[in-house]
Design a binder for this molecule. Sequence first.
Ligand code: NAP
Ligand code: MG
Length: 496
Amino acid sequence: MTNSSNPAQAARAKALAWILQGGKRLLIGGQWIEAASGKTFEVINPATEERLCHVAEADSADVDAAVIAARKAFEAPSWATLSPHARTRALLRIADKIEQHIDELAAIESLDNGMPLWFAQGAVTATVDIFRYYAGWCSKVLGTTIPSDGSTLIYTLREPLGVCGQIIPWNVPILMASIKFANALCCGNTVILKPAELACLTSIRLAELIQETDLPPGVINVLPGFGATAGAALAQHLGVDKIAFTGSTAIGKQIVRDATSNLKKVTLELGGKAPNVVFADADIEKAVQSAVKTFCGNSGQVCSAGTRLFVQESIHDQVSERVAQLAATWKAGDPFAADTKLGPLISAKQRERVWSYIGAGQEGGASLRLGGNAWSGAGYFVEPTVFDNVRNGMRIAQEEIFGPVLSIIPFKDEDDAVLQGNDTSYGLSAAVWTRDVSRAHKVVRALKAGRLWINTFGESDPAMAFGGYKQSGWGREFGQESIEAYTQTKSIMVRM
Ligand code: NAP
Ligand code: MG
C-alpha cells in the first residue's frame, strides 16, 4: 500500500521526516540553541530499538539561561500586560495549531514512546480540548470583594506566580506538556518545561508549533535533559517560583527537598495503584471490558490505571476468566499497524522492572491466569499479564508496576472492599461498579483517592480535577483548583 492510501503510514513518514531533519535543540528565550556543554543524547524507538535522532542535553548552565529568559518574558509588557482576552486568543491559536497537526504529533509520539497510533491520536485530540478549556479560564481568574463596614474597601487579586518549572514523565508526554503549558499560561506565568529524556520529541514539536503562533519569546522554554542534572537544577533554582512535577513518588519527595532552597511552590502528580471494585450486582461484561482497557491501555504505563481489580468473591472466577480471555485479544506489535492494541514499554530497563514483578507475583503465590511469556522479537514488549486470587498485601498489589499487569483480588462485602481498596500508600484514582446507587455513592465516599468513577474507568474531562490523596501527590491539575495552583492571592485594603 502506498503512503497516501494508508493514513497511518503517511503520518509516520511525515513524523520521521521531521525527526530526521535534525536540529533537536533547547528552546530558550525564543531561540533554538545547542546545550552550553555541547552534549546530546540519543532517542530510541522502543518498538524497534532503533536510534531515531540526537537531542541537545540541557544541564544546570542551560537552566540558568532559561530562568533569565523566562523572568524577562514574565516581566515584559508583551506578556505581563496582555489582556486576559488576548491570552484567551493566544491559547485558542495554540489549540488550533495542534488540531491542524494531530496526525503528525501522534505519529511522533508513537515513534518516540511506542504507544499505538490510535492511542496517541486520542492523547493529542485531548490536548486540543485542554488548551480550549484553559483559554476560557483566562478571563475568569477572579479575585473577591470582602465585606466591610463601608469605611474601607477590601478586595483580592489573583496574580500569577512567575517562572514555573515543569517536569514531566515519558508515558503520555504530549498530554503532560499540554496540561502544564495551558494551565500556567492561562494564569499569566512563564514556563520552563523539562520533558523526560526517554520521550521528549512531542514536547519539542509542540513548542515549535506554539512558536508559530507568535507567543512572545521566553514565555515557554523547553529543556530536554536528564532528571538528575537539568531536573534537579530546576527544582533547586532560586529564580524559579514554582515546580509542577509529574512522575514517581520517590522523585516527588526529592523535588520537595530541593524546593526548600527558596520555598518555591510545589505541586506533585505522582504514582497510583488504583482499586477498581466490581460488585456481583454490576453489569459484569461492561466492568470487565473497562478493566481490561485500563490495565492494558498504553501498556499499563498510566498513573491512574486500575491495576488492582477487586472482585466480589461469588464472581471472582467468572470475572477472572473473562478478563484473561479479553486481555488475550490485546495484540502487541507495530504501533502503526491497524490491528495493534498494545505497544512496547518505554525502555529495556522498564521491561526488566515489569518482568521482576511478574516473577514476584509467581513467587508470592498468586496464580498466573494470562501472560508470563517472554517476547522474542525486537522492541520492549510485555504481553498482558493477569494474576488472580491475589492478596492485597503482596508486592504486585502494593507497588506501582507501570506495565500491563493486573492483580485480581477477591473481597467479601462493601466494608471489605473499602478496607482493602484503601490499604495502599497511594490515592490517585478508584472506581466502583454496581447497579445499587446508594452503595455506589457510599463506596466512592469511603475510598481515599482524588479521582473516582462509578460504572466507568479512566474517562477524563479537563473540568474534572485530577490529583492525589496520600502519597499520590500535592494539589490538583485540571478544573478550578488548578487555577489556584498557578496563582497567588494579594489582598488590598483601601481606607475610604
Ligand atoms: P520519574 O523517574 O519520577 O521521572 C519523572 C520526571 O522527573 C522525568 O522527567 C525525570 O527525568 C525527572 N527526574 C528524575 N529525577 C529527577 C530529580 N532528581 N530531580 C528532578 N527531576 C527528576 O518517573 P518516570 O519513571 O519517568 O514516570 C513514571 C512515574 O510517573 C510513575 O510513578 C507514574 O505513576 C508517574 N506518573 C504520574 C502521573 C500523574 O499525573 N499523577 C502521570 C503520569 C505518570 P529523566 O527521566 O529524563 O531522567
Ligand atoms: Mg524514545
